[in-house]
Design a protein around this ligand. Structure first.
Ligand code: DC
Length: 231
C-alpha cells in the first residue's frame, strides 16, 4: 500500500502568498511544484522581445500565429524552479515590471490559454503535483483532490510585492505596485475566458496575518485529512 499522490490546485489573487505556499507544500510532500503564472509570463516575455507589444497593447494576431514557436519548460536549478523559454533560462526576466504590465492582457487570449492549459494538464497526469494560478481548480484540474483559494488584503499584498521587488534591486514604489496589483486583479477576474473564481469546493485561506510557516501548517492539515490510501 502506498500513499496516493494528490493533485493540489492553489488559486488566488496576485501576490497573496500562493506561490510561497505552493512551493513549501510541494517540498514538504515531495511533489512537483508548477507556477502556472510563470508560463503566462513566458509568453508575455516572448511577445515583448519579438515586437508584439505595440504601445503597451499586445498584437494578438501575431502572438497567436507564433504560439508554435514558443516552448516553455521548467528546470530545477539550485533547488529552485526556473522557467525556460525555448531552452533559455528566463526566470529573472519574467519577474520584471515590464512583463507584469502586459501579462494579464496576454493571459486573456483564449488561444494562449488553450496551449498552456494543455501543457499544464500533461504535467499533472501522474499526480503528485501542486500547481498554483488562477484557473487551476476551475479549468485545468476541475477534479483536483484538493483545491485552495488564497486571498489577502490588497495593501498587505502590495507591501509584500514591493519588498520582493526591492530585494531583487528592481526600482518601483508602493503606490505603483498597488495600482498594478489592482489592475491585474480586475483583468484576471473579469476576463471572459477562465476568469479567476473561487469554486464551491475550494478551501479559503486568508494569508493577511499568517506567516509562511503558519500558512503551510494550515494547508497541511487539509492535505492530511484528504490523503487517502491507494492500493
Ligand atoms: O501568478 P502571476 O502573477 O505570476 O500570474 C501572471 C499573470 O498570469 C496574471 O495576470 C494572471 C495570469 N494567470 C492566469 O491567467 N492563469 C493562471 N493559471 C496563472 C496566471
Amino acid at each position: 500500500m502506498k500513499q496516493k499522490r494528490l493533485v493540489i490546485a492553489i488559486d488566488g489573487y496576485s501576490s497573496c502568498g500562493k506561490s510561497t505556499m505552493a512551493k513549501a507544500l510541494a517540498k514538504e510532500l515531495n511533489y512537483t511544484f508548477i507556477d502556472s503564472g510563470a508560463m503566462y509570463r513566458g509568453v508575455a516575455l516572448f511577445a515583448l522581445e519579438n515586437g508584439m507589444i505595440l504601445n503597451g497593447n499586445p498584437d494578438k494576431e501575431s502572438i497567436i500565429d507564433s504560439l508554435d514557436e514558443i516552448t516553455l519548460t521548467f528546470e530545477t536549478i539550485e533547488g529552485k524552479q526556473h522557467l525556460m523559454l525555448n531552452s533559455r533560462d528566463v526566470e529573472n526576466e519574467i519577474r520584471t515590471p515590464a512583463v507584469a504590465e502586459v501579462v494579464s492582457e496576454i493571459a486573456s487570449i483564449s488561444e494562449v490559454r488553450q496551449k498552456l492549459v494543455r501543457e499544464q494538464r500533461k504535467m499533472g497526469d501522474l499526480g503528485g503535483i501542486v500547481m498554483d494560478g488562477r484557473d487551476i481548480g476551475s479549468v485545468v484540474f476541475p477534479n483536483a483532490d484538493l483545491k485552495f483559494f488564497v486571498t489577502a488584503k490588497p495593501e498587505i499584498r502590495a507591501q509584500r510585492r514591493f519588498l520582493e521587488l526591492e530585494n531583487k534591486g528592481i526600482q518601483t514604489n508602493l503606490k505603483e505596485v498597488l495600482h498594478n496589483l489592482e489592475t491585474r486583479d480586475r483583468l484576471d477576474s473579469s476576463r471572459s475566458d477562465s476568469p479567476l473564481i473561487r469554486t464551491k469546493d475550494a478551501i479559503l485561506i486568508d494569508t493577511s496575518f499568517l506567516t509562511p510557516h503558519q500558512q503551510l501548517n494550515k494547508v497541511l492539515e487539509f492535505v492530511h485529512q484528504n490523503a487517502t490510501i491507494d492500493n
